[in-house]
Design a protein around this ligand. Sequence first.
Ligand SMILES: *Cc1c(COP(=O)(O)O)cnc(C)c1O
Length: 248
Amino acid sequence: MMNPNAAPNSLENPVADTMANRIAAIRQRIDHACARVGRNPAEVVLLPVSKTFDESAIREAVGLGFHRFGENRTQEIAQKTPVLLDCAIEWVVIGQLQTNKAKEVAKLASELQSLDRLELAEALERRLQLEGRSIDVLVQVKTSPEESKAGLDPAHLQDFLQQLAQFQTLKVKGLMTMAELTPDQTAVRACFTKLRMLRDQAAQEAPAGIELARLSMGMSGDFELAIEEGSTEVRIGSAIFGSRTKPI
Ligand SMILES: *Cc1c(COP(=O)(O)O)cnc(C)c1O
């Protein structure tokens, strides 16, 4: 039976372009992608990526139930932290990181998803010990053939995980990747498949204390493919907040 109180959803009355509706649409697409491959949508975390967006946009998302936000610059986290203290936000660093930014990460971030080299791990361990804290980390792996893409060479993953096992302040929880930037869906999917297979392989010989349950993969343009290939966390910026006008 039709619900007489339901708002008509037609061309005369389109869904309003609000953040709440954009997020609802993303969740529906996550559900559908999960259904296609028999996964439970509860296994897929939605991480809003707030880089370049201001305090009010973040507050709106907090009001919709989010408290973890992805950012790719420590400078931006340092600016946003004091004005959003009341929101108890957990900042997740997702961008390529210079080693000299380890101090800011140790002070401000709850998690780093772009750990890609030993030098950075060593700097973080030192700074985190000074702060008396530990953080969750994901190892960013290069799955794309593009020269410019950041991440660890997959051939070095097993050795790197062995090395990370010695750092008490870095809690390894999984892997992260960015797919090739191309309209070729087959090539994009191949990046996600590769990360899952690398994880499955690494998990067989993972040292004690190293967890690899999480796979952070998928952004606004490709998250459905990533979910079909096993993503447990999609990092979504523009599909939630709108297109970025400021340079990243
Ligand atoms: C900006 C960014 C995202 C989000 O990108 P959108 O296309 O806006 O969803 C995800 N992951 C990383 C590493 C990013 O830098």
